[in-house]
Write a protein that binds this ligand. Structure first.
Ligand code: TYD
Length: 130
């Protein structure tokens, strides 16, 4: 499957770095929700779901973690370790996150509110639907 990365412009000067996220500009949808994962324990794997409609962009703003992305045909593993690079998680892409560094802060920008009915949490159901 094709991985869609979103390079984010860094506004840097002698004081440090700044990245701005703006809906419909570098984030390709209207932003409805932002959440972030931190203090993730060693050896933890999370995610294990796909969304029916939700579009998300994940950014490791600190540290690193890995993603398994699976569109039901291909599985791709990627490392996110750059605060200036987002990855798009389209609907109907099964994803799992793992190997979080101790300092990892994984931020996710989402196109809609939290809605449990948009989740597909069973892999066999996911494969039937794709
Ligand atoms: P969960 O779906 O288990 O996280 P993941 O799939 O990434 O491993 O979510 C953990 C808890 O947080 C669960 O009780 C639902 C809640 N939650 C919200 O309330 N709002 C949100 O936006 C998200 C993503 C989760």
């Amino acid at each position: 499957m094709k991985i869609e990365y979103i390079p984010l412009q860094v506004h840097g000067d002698e004081r440090g770095s700044l990245i701005a996220l703006e809906e419909t500009k570098n984030i390709p949808f209207n932003i409805k929700r932002i959440y972030y994962m931190f203090n993730t324990q060693q050896g933890i794997r999370r995610g294990f779901h796909a969304h029916k409609e939700l579009i998300q962009v994940a950014i490791s703003v600190k540290g690193s973690c890995k993603f398994l992305l699976d569109d039901g045909i291909d599985k791709v593993n990627i490392t996110l370790d750059d605060p200036a690079l987002g990855v798009l998680i389209n609907p109907m892409v099964w994803h799992e996150m793992y190997e979080y560094s101790e300092d990892c802060v994984l931020m996710v920008i989402a196109s809609d509110s939290y809605d449990e009915s948009d989740y597909i949490r069973n892999y066999e159901d996911f494969i039937k639907l794709v």
